[in-house]
Design a protein around this ligand. Structure first.
Ligand code: TRP
Length: 332
């Protein structure tokens, strides 16, 4: 059976793009593949975090994933820091990765101010190695990620291949599973840009758990253009095309078919708002229930971490031995 692994940062706010781009795919994957999903709290430490808030956001993200349809009876859901094998393997892989290849990672370059790398956290620099450890510790075959993670996945593959060549066959070399570009949700106020947690304005993004009135207001005020003609054309009509994309994602159908039958933007926006609100309603309801039962969520996460440790442990032991570390009698 194909093994799938993916991770998501405890961002605190989960926008529609995360839900559509990640969670929905995971929910489908869990039924067909042996699936591991983790909330990557250690990766979150690469930027400034308030400790109490990080704890809350980690629990919220796990709760959201359950509300969105991950079923702990069929997949393994856990928190990255609960499985110490990730950080241990990360060190081993740091001794396989080179400074030069990490230096080329565009995310590191984007997140550091040019000329000010000196004050960047080392964790931000080694971030992709920890991500590779997340994946290789489980011998994952397939890694569903957004397009922005393509380069990190490539690095992970390079590290696995190099490790296997240097120390003998140890790791499965994983494939990235990147959703097609067409299904991208764009910023409502700047439809040429991706809807993004950090770069979009509050009016530009729809949060998965926000009130229906707020979602409706944002969609009604989405940026379109002046000619009032509804047709799907990403280049000429990015705003209208994004609305059609949203309608397709939330209500089904194809963007070109959906475009017919509208004589103006008002009616389209009203339908999009209704479809998106209806689409998110079950998640919102389930989240509201689950967030009142944190003990239940914590129990799910404990069981997930147990399963994750028992999968990652033997793989890590293999890597340790391959590299020549002396086995101790207490090692897993
Ligand atoms: N870096 C990923 C992101 O920001 C999150 C992540 C961490 C991840 N570890 C992973 C994704 C392992 C897939 C597999 O989206």
């Amino acid at each position: 059976m194909t093994r799938v692994l993916s991770g998501i940062q405890p961002t605190g706010e989960i926008h529609l793009g995360n839900y559509v781009g990640a969670v929905q795919h995971w929910v489908l994957d869990q039924h067909v593949h042996d699936s591991f999903f983790c909330v990557v709290d250690l990766h979150a430490l690469t930027s400034e975090q308030d400790p109490a808030l990080l704890r809350a956001k980690t629990l919220q993200m796990a709760t959201f994933l359950l509300a969105g349809g991950l079923d702990p009876d069929v997949c393994t859901l856990f928190v990255q820091s609960h499985v110490p094998q990730h950080t241990e393997l990360s060190w081993l892989l740091e001794c396989v990765a080179s400074y030069g290849e990490l230096r080329r990672m565009t995310q590191f370059k984007d997140k550091t101010v040019a000329g000010d790398e000196g004050s960047a956290r080392v964790g931000l620099f080694t971030y992709p190695v920890l991500m590779a450890a997340d994946i290789l510790a489980y011998q994952a075959d397939r890694v569903p990620v957004g397009d922005d993670q393509r380069q990190h996945l490539e690095l992970c593959r390079d590290l696995a291949i190099r490790f296997n060549t240097r120390y003998g066959d140890t790791f499965v070399v994983p494939e990235a599973a990147i959703p097609p570009v067409g299904a991208r949700i764009m910023d409502l106020q700047d439809p040429t840009q991706k809807m993004s947690k950090s770069r979009s304005s509050p009016q530009g993004k729809i949060l998965a758990l926000e009130a229906p009135e707020v979602i409706t207001r944002k969609i009604m005020r989405a940026m379109t253009d002046a000619d009032n003609e509804v047709r799907f054309d990403r280049d000429a009509k990015p705003g209208v095309s994004n609305l059609l994309e949203l309608l397709a994602v939330a209500g089904g159908g194809t963007t070109t078919d959906l475009a017919t039958g509208y004589s103006g933007y008002g009616a389209l926006k009203k339908d999009v708002a209704e479809a998106v609100v209806t689409y998110l309603e079950p998640v919102r309801t389930r989240y509201a229930e689950l967030i009142e039962a944190p003990d239940h969520v914590l129990k799910v996460l404990d069981a997930g971490a147990d399963k994750a440790r028992s999968t990652a442990g033997p793989n890590l032991a293999k890597a340790r031995a391959a590299m020549g570390l002396l086995p101790g009698s207490e090692m897993g």
